[in-house]
Design a binder for this molecule. Structure first.
Ligand code: PLP
Length: 273
């Protein structure tokens, strides 16, 4: 397997970054996960736009978009696979022990892993911890993911594949690595970005293609929603058949099934300008 580091392809076994890279020591980094079908990245321009927004939010220099594109193409060409997940990681780079950035420029790594299509439905839990919609990192895709790691581990202990967070004012926000949608009286709703959720690319496409509305939703909407579904790069649109102890029999329900169909059809189009 080859990955991209220091401006070129390297063997995964011998590729090295500094042990004082700030991505490792203080979580000073950002990332993107991009789906690649038959060697072609999906919606790469949108991912690059979000990578740039995240970099600006952290005060990192803008990533070199041409280099990231070249890196993705090279890594995909070197590691052919039917369904892959490209991981673009961009960190503050090697610096002093402490939180001040050093003189060295950022580190860019692009790696690829094989993946499989997710099941049509899944179980989720809610967690008592909150997303801080007013925090410095709200809406940025940073490598500071430890809270998501803890929440996902709790989900796994409950035979669930995702954990959903509310925000500090009790509104539904998002999952550890997905956005959430609910169906109420036949209409699709998803929390607005002001809830503190990530501007998911799958979320935006799904909302555009299905006419879903952005609505402030209390966390307990999950106790009465007719249908619930998740969106993410690796899940696409995925129905939820259990939220905590509440079963949602027959998931995917009719509205979710239609959203899944629309997403499957439309995501075959070339979205990259
Ligand atoms: N929310 C969080 C916290 C995420 O990490 C992700 C994706 O990794 C998403 C939502 C979904 O975003 P996307 O559809 O762009 O994959």
């Amino acid at each position: 397997m080859k990955l991209w580091l220091d401006g070129g392809l390297q063997d995964i076994e011998s590729a090295r970054v500094s042990v004082f890279d700030h991505g490792l020591t203080v979580g000073d980094g950002i990332f993107e996960t991009v789906k690649a079908v038959d060697g072609k990245p999906f919606a790469l321009t949108r991912h690059l736009d979000r990578l740039t927004r995240s970099a600006r939010g952290l005060g990192l220099p803008d990533p070199d978009r041409d280099e990231v594109r070249r890196a993705c193409a090279a890594v995909l060409e070197a590691n052919p696979m039917p369904l892959g997940r490209l991981r673009i990681t961009y960190t503050g780079g090697h610096g002093p022990l402490g939180s001040d950035r050093g003189e060295h420029g950022p580190t860019l790594v692009v790696a690829l892993g094989e993946t499989t299509r997710r099941p049509d439905s899944t179980a989720v839990i809610t967690v008592p911890w909150t997303r801080n919609e007013r925090g410095a990192l709200a809406g940025l895709k940073t490598t500071s993911y430890a809270e998501n790691v803890v929440a996902l581990a709790r989900a796994r202990r409950h035979d669930a594949s995702e954990a959903l967070f509310g925000n500090t004012v009790g509104q539904l926000c998002e999952g550890t690595g997905s956005n959430v949608f609910v169906v109420l009286d036949g209409e699709i709703h998803t929390p607005p970005l002001a809830s503190g959720c990530l501007a998911g690319i799958t979320r935006a496409l799904t909302a555009e293609w299905t006419g879903a509305k952005e609505t402030d939703l209390p966390l307990d909407v999950l106790e009465r929603a007719d249908e619930v579904f998740l969106t993410s790069t690796l899940r696409d649109v995925q129905a939820v058949h259990r939220v905590d102890d509440r079963e949602l029999p027959g998931a995917p329900g009719p509205v979710t099934a239609k959203a899944m169909r629309i997403f499957d059809e439309r995501s075959g189009d070339d979205l990259d300008p």
